[in-house]
Design a protein around this ligand. Structure first.
Ligand SMILES: Nc1nc2c(ncn2[C@@H]2O[C@H](COP(=O)(O)OP(=O)(O)OP(=O)(O)O)[C@@H](O)[C@H]2O)c(=O)[nH]1
Ligand SMILES: C[S@@+](CC[C@H](N)C(=O)[O-])C[C@H]1O[C@@H](n2cnc3c(N)ncnc32)[C@H](O)[C@@H]1O
Ligand code: SF4
Ligand code: SF4
Length: 325
């Protein structure tokens, strides 16, 4: 079992399979982002080996993220390998939707039932402005194709002051007839650039208050270990949620480990890596020692890894594409 010193069971691993992406969302990476060479990435064999080991330590949920997972060659091979691990009950992906519609059959083959799709605006021109790529139609196609094929879709919208706050109600409206979850996310300081960062104007409370001005929100019971606050509007097919990713109100029940594209193990999204599994694997470490090393590292998972961060008014943050979100 992977358990930290606060008794939190770590059963959810988020793994970034690449740092590359076919979009350039400004909150995530600059246009001239420098990407890693292939040899720096964990291979699919290394990822499968690692997840097999972690699954025996109680990990039963895996999220594939990136960068954009579908830009990595033969991603379907990895999905099928992970699907073979019996004790992984939930395998899921976070994707920008540009290429996703071409993978519907492969997703079904890997028994994937749920996908998180990132979409921050419903306006094509604004999409281009934000992502620097004219792929709005492709994302729409994936969105509708996933819903039509009965995947459980969570739509992630990063709330950005003066960019898409005027679309919050339009996103809420999507849940009127579609059985999806729309999640409003506080923007975090991970844009891969050195600009100063002094907090956010639209935190989860502001977002909820804004929605309440127009809709009657009923609070739902949040699933165990959720990092989102869930709400329902009567008679709407879907639901909505708000992720206090920057305010960090839900860290106490955090059950996550992150493995970045280069194999760094992160105990918290905001923390520094504590070890590098790629280097350990390539050094020929035994399975037993690898497990012990990870177990010892996990013990030190911070209760709230953001404390040091709060003291800073300006700092450099790597791109979210390396961490995986
Ligand atoms: N602060 C914080 N933000 C997170 C954490 N996990 C995910 N996020 C952010 O939440 C947003 C949605 O992330 P997703 O990749 O869709 O994953 P998820 O929220 O874990 O998905 P579910 O397991 O379906 O709830 C992204 O902006 C992530 O960066 C976390 O542990 N802490
Ligand atoms: C880094 S992306 C990787 C997966 C895929 N490329 C995508 O965009 O869905 C994972 C999630 O992190 C979110 N994200 C990226 N940068 C963020 C930031 N600065 N603040 C909040 N969320 C962010 C994205 O919106 C996305 O939902
Ligand atoms: S958020 Fe996802 S889609 Fe956007 S640039 Fe980052 S990795 Fe790419
Ligand atoms: S900020 Fe860190 S401790 Fe809090 S939920 Fe995210 S990963 Fe977990």
């Amino acid at each position: 079992m992977l358990v930290d010193k606060f008794g939190r069971k770590i059963n959810y691993v988020r793994i970034a399979v690449t740092d590359r992406c076919n979009l350039r969302c400004s909150y995530c990476m600059p246009e001239n982002q420098h990407f890693l060479e292939r040899e720096n990435l964990l291979t699919y064999e290394e990822i499968s080996y690692l997840l097999n080991i972690l699954s025996r330590e109680g990990v039963n949920k895996v999220r594939i993220t990136g960068g954009e997972p579908f830009v990595r060659k033969d991603i379907s091979f990895l999905l099928k390998e992970i699907a073979k691990i019996d004790s992984i009950e939930k395998l899921t992906i976070t994707t920008n939707g540009v290429l996703t519609s071409s993978y519907i059959n492969e997703l079904k083959d890997a028994h994937i039932k749920q996908l998180n799709l990132s979409l921050d605006t419903l306006n094509r021109d604004k999409f281009l402005l934000l992502t620097k790529r004219d792929e709005f139609e492709a994302v729409q196609t994936s969105f509708h194709s996933l819903v039509k094929n009965n995947f459980l879709v969570k739509l992630n919208m990063v709330v950005m002051d003066e960019f898409n706050t005027n679309e919050i109600y339009d996103f809420v409206e999507l849940t009127r007839n579609l059985p999806i979850s729309v999640r409003f996310i506080e923007e975090m300081p991970f844009n891969g650039q050195g600009n100063s960062y002094s907090g956010i104007k639209w935190n989860y409370q502001t977002i909820v208050s804004h929605i309440r001005e127009k809709y009657h929100l009923r609070k739902l019971q949040d699933p165990t270990n959720a990092i989102a606050l869930h709400y329902k509007i009567n008679n709407f097919a879907g639901n909505i949620a708000v992720i206090p990713a920057y305010s960090r109100t839900l860290c106490g029940t955090c059950n996550r480990l992150r493995i970045t594209a280069t194999g760094d193990l992160k105990l918290c999204l905001y923390g520094d890596p504590v070890l590098n599994v790629r280097d350990l694997l390539r050094s020929g470490i035994s399975e037993e020692n690898l497990i012990k090393t990870i177990q010892n590292a996990v013990l030190n998972k911070p209760l709230n890894g953001f404390e040091a961060e709060k003291q800073k008014t300006s700092s450099f943050h790597e791109s979210m594409s390396i961490i995986g979100g």
